[in-house]
Design a protein around this ligand. Structure first.
Ligand SMILES: Nc1ncnc2c1ncn2[C@@H]1O[C@H](COP(=O)(O)OP(=O)(O)OP(=O)(O)O)[C@@H](O)[C@H]1O
Ligand SMILES: [Mg+2]
Length: 327
């Protein structure tokens, strides 16, 4: 694997606000990195700096060996960037915008034809190719933005919420497209859709208040969740109470949580006492009890839980001091 993007000590201040605070990471060819974090965490600001559209207060960015500040043209040539929101130039059509991008990027004729065909085909733009962008629906605008990011077949793709506003079919198509491109590129996507991390990312960075708070494989992040190796059970209402007692008697079970679904079905979660696999013990106990269980499954862990813990953790030192002062 080769490192295609290197970010070192990246910091951005807007007056008194530190939007990005000393961030360091690199991305290899073949990696799809999910960039997660609450609103205002600094994801878009980091992406704007990585693509050379915003200059950092401090730090270095290298794209395919080219320093973005010293060799901006060489670096930008190797980057495809989908910014937040809708594409610029709303009065252009997707066709004229994509051709315009090819002109700016000075793509040779054969590469241009290939790039246009691939982008239009992959994002299913045929139908809207000659319609002004400002009259397109939100999802189509997003797809035009994605098309302009990939038309020159860049080594590094930086996509700020690429599936925002896409319908489930198009979301699936974009996931497949990312999967197809993954082996030959370094890809960063920001997203608020945590299932997307499992669907497309080989690695995830969680950023909070401008700093990296986790940088791991999705499975490692999930393993931090209290739901990791918990056993979920769906059972009809009449058996639920006895099932809770049966589960509570298992020594490897730490506790049992019960949720009544709107459908009337009860969902029970048996948490593992030591984080280990308890499905064998649970199955034996349920079989012995004769309870009629609808479904039983092992939880991998819930990213949502981990995300919350990491980003809502302890209040910042300044806030603690302030609260103490007010007490
Ligand atoms: N041009 C600017 N001037 C002043 N502050 C800014 C500017 N751009 C961003 N910020 C601030 O920087 C912080 C990080 O913003 P950023 O857009 O990077 O967050 P984000 O993680 O992308 O959030 P979201 O999930 O809402 O897209 C926020 O506090 C934001 O208000
Ligand atoms: Mg953003």
């Amino acid at each position: 694997m080769s490192t295609l993007l290197e970010i070192e000590g990246l910091t951005k201040r807007f007056g008194p606000i530190t939007a990005v605070d000393d961030i360091t990471f690199s991305v290899e060819r073949g990696e799809v990195l999910g960039f997660l974090g609450p609103n205002g965490a600094g994801k878009s600001t980091t992406m704007k700096m990585a693509t050379g559209y915003l200059s950092p207060t401090a730090g270095n960015i290298t794209v395919c060996g080219y320093d973005v500040r010293l060799h901006p043209i060489e670096a930008k040539r190797r980057i495809g960037y989908l910014p937040e929101g809708a594409p610029l130039y709303g009065d252009m059509t997707p066709n004229s915008l994509l051709n315009f991008v090819c002109d700016i990027r000075k793509l040779p004729r054969d590469q241009r034809r290939q790039g246009l065909d691939h982008a239009i085909e992959s994002l299913h733009l045929h139908q809207v190719l000659h319609q002004p962008i400002e009259t397109l629906s939100k999802g189509y605008k997003r797809r035009v933005g994605l098309a302009q990011a990939i038309v020159h077949d860049p080594d590094v793709l930086i996509l700020d919420e690429p599936t925002d506003g896409l319908d489930p079919n198009q979301k699936h198509e974009v996931h497949k497209l990312l999967g197809r491109m993954a082996s030959t590129k370094a890809i960063i996507i920001s997203t608020h859709i945590l299932e997307e991390v499992d669907a497309v990312c080989s690695r995830a960075i969680i950023i909070s208040q401008g700093r990296i708070v986790a940088d791991e494989k999705p499975s490692q992040l999930e393993a931090r969740s209290r739901f990791h190796n918990a056993v979920g059970i769906r059972i009809a209402a009449e058996g639920a109470e006895r099932c809770v007692s049966v589960l509570n008697e298992i020594s490897e079970v730490h506790s049992v949580q019960q949720v009544v679904q709107p459908s009337g079905l009860n969902e029970l979660v048996a948490f593992s006492a030591n984080g280990g696999n308890i499905i064998g013990q649970v199955r034996t106990a349920i079989d012995r009890s004769g309870l009629d269980v609808v479904e039983m499954f092992i939880e991998r862990g819930r990213l949502e839980d981990v995300f919350r813990d990491l980003t809502l953790g302890a209040p910042a030192a300044a806030e603690v001091k302030e609260e103490a002062g007010n007490a």
